[in-house]
Design a protein. Sequence first.
Length: 81
Amino acid sequence: MNLGNALGNLPTNNLRQFPSGRWGFAGIVSARLCYICKDGSDPTDEQFAIARQHGPRLAGLKTRAFATKQEALTALEEATK
């Protein structure tokens, strides 16, 4: 079953502001916009493979959030190049 269809059409890279004031993406989002390494570096393809199989925490990843809207938009632009 395709979960996206079960929930209706999910938006792609939907930018939103969380109650904490930080920014992030919701809907159907690229993994590069969703996760970052715990040390702040960009994840490798190997880490994404581990995350798909065992979960992001075991791959050393954490959820990515942005301090400003502009920072999030810049990351989106870089991820879609």
